[in-house]
Design a protein around this ligand. Structure first.
Ligand code: AMP
Length: 433
């Protein structure tokens, strides 16, 4: 049989690397707690409608990237491509749209998109996202962006990131936006890519997402902040003005980006993205925005909301680019329980379990093999550790031989008190995990 491999665009996170993930997650949870966010965990599979009714039929995620399949019951199900729609579905399903007030959630987990894999673009990747329900205040937008920047600062990558910002207006503005965009692109139809020619008919806003260099350069030339200002209503322009002023007040300098539209239809008003230019083609670390109509669109009570999602693989890549590779080491067992012959293995097991029960990281020999080999293995794993040796005599006398691997010193200790002794005097397992 040819060796089996992980599917393209998915990867194994091996233990050394998993330490970096754990550190990232611990840091994130600490910061999110400071801002009053609580974790929500939604299923990885959802009914297709959760995404098809919310993301927009012309969105690339829906047209090209969803892992959509029929399950054994004939239902159309999707491996979640993003977090917001699921969280909104849960928010409504559990009646939270009826209780009013402010609800702050965060989530952390894998997302699935059938994209062409490349550096920084995977088919299974991980996002950390937040969603706030119940506030339409521009200052809520500012607080959410501040949280995003605070997370990046705590990850150590704030120096080289840029915050991009745009105002996408409200549903009342959408017909004007689409009409004006159509008018702006119409003279350039021959230069647009095949997809964009269609987008011009179906949803011209999506032309601004196109990666084709020609389409991009037309968009960048034609679409300006001034144009958005003209297309949007007074209240959306005022909202945006307050967001910018308050961001500056807390020393966050946004880069206004008229071509930022965030790929999905549900965004309204404030939309933002954080990019790390050093990462090459896939340089977006995260992004988000307001989605004031999504809860209602999915059948809930009208509830304004805003959120963002950070791509964790890209955060790790940015850390590497900034020279912040973690030098954490795995916690190796501090104590090794060796046995002279296999007859003592059950006693060794009893001892190692007692050590672990007291919080001491430990492992034991479970194989029928010479003591010498066991000692070599223990020294390799942790040359500054301790080996507890049990032989026939020790078991009979209720004692244990304690060998300090660093000094080579050996002493006999009573078996009944050795765990307490190690716990109190010699060893404490590292808490850093
Ligand atoms: P999006 O909502 O599509 O902008 O995704 C938010 C963030 O998730 C992006 O800024 C990326 O950091 C990350 N992301 C999105 N798609 C992928 C992917 N295919 N592979 C790795 N990271 C991704």
């Amino acid at each position: 049989m040819t060796p089996l491999k992980a599917l393209g665009g998915t990867s194994d996170i091996l233990p050394e690397e998993a330490l970096r993930w754990q550190k990232l997650e611990t840091t994130a949870r600490r910061v999110l707690n400071l801002y009053g966010y609580r974790e929500i965990r939604t299923p990885l599979i959802e009914e297709a409608a959760v995404f098809t009714s919310s993301l927009g039929e012309a969105a690339e995620i829906v047209t090209k990237q969803m892992y959509l399949f029929q399950d054994r019951g004939g239902r159309q199900v999707v491996l979640r491509p993003e977090g917001t729609a699921s969280v909104v579905r849960a928010f409504i399903e559990h009646g939270m749209d009826k209780t009013g007030g402010l609800t702050r959630f965060y989530y952390l987990g894998p997302m699935f998109r059938a994209e062409r894999p490349q550096a920084g673009r995977k088919r299974q990747f991980h996002q950390l996202g937040v969603e706030v329900f119940g506030s339409s205040s521009p200052y809520q937008d500012v607080e959410v962006i501040a949280l995003l920047m605070q997370l990046l600062e705590n990850f150590g990558i704030e120096k080289n990131v840029m915050l991009m910002l745009n105002n996408l207006g409200c549903p009342d503005d959408r017909p004007t936006i689409q009409k004006e965009l159509r008018a702006s692109f119409l003279p350039h139809v021959p230069d647009l890519c095949q997809d964009c020619k269609q987008r011009l008919e179906v949803n011209p806003l999506r032309i601004l997402d196109c990666k084709n260099p020609k389409c991009r350069s037309i968009a960048q030339e034609k679409i300006t902040m001034k144009a958005w200002e003209r297309w949007l209503c007074k209240s959306c322009n005022e909202h945006f003005g307050k967001v910018i002023t308050a961001l500056k007040k807390i020393n966050i300098e946004p880069n206004l980006s008229p071509d930022l539209v965030r790929g999905l239809d549900y965004y309204t008003r404030t939309a933002f993205e954080v990019i790390y230019p050093g990462l090459g083609a896939q340089n977006a670390i995260g992004g988000g925005g307001r989605y004031d109509n999504l809860v209602e669109l999915l059948g809930g009570a009208a509830t304004p909301a805003i959120g963002f999602a950070l791509g964790l693989e890209r955060v790790l890549m940015a850390q590497e680019a900034d020279g912040l590779t973690a030098n954490d080491k795995m916690v190796s067992p501090l104590v090794f329980v060796a046995t002279v012959s296999s007859a003592q293995i059950p006693n060794g097991l009893e001892l190692v379990e007692a050590l672990r029960a007291q919080g001491i990281a430990a492992s034991a020999n479970l194989e029928d093999r010479p003591l010498k080999r066991q000692l070599e293995q223990a020294a390799k794993a942790n040359s500054s550790g301790t080996v507890l040796i049990l032989g026939e005599d020790e078991v009979k006398q209720n004692v244990v031989m304690v060998k300090n691997l660093a000094t080579g010193q050996q002493t006999k200790e009573p078996l009944g008190t050795i765990v307490e002794k190690l716990k109190g005097e010699i060893l404490r397992p590292s808490a850093s995990g």
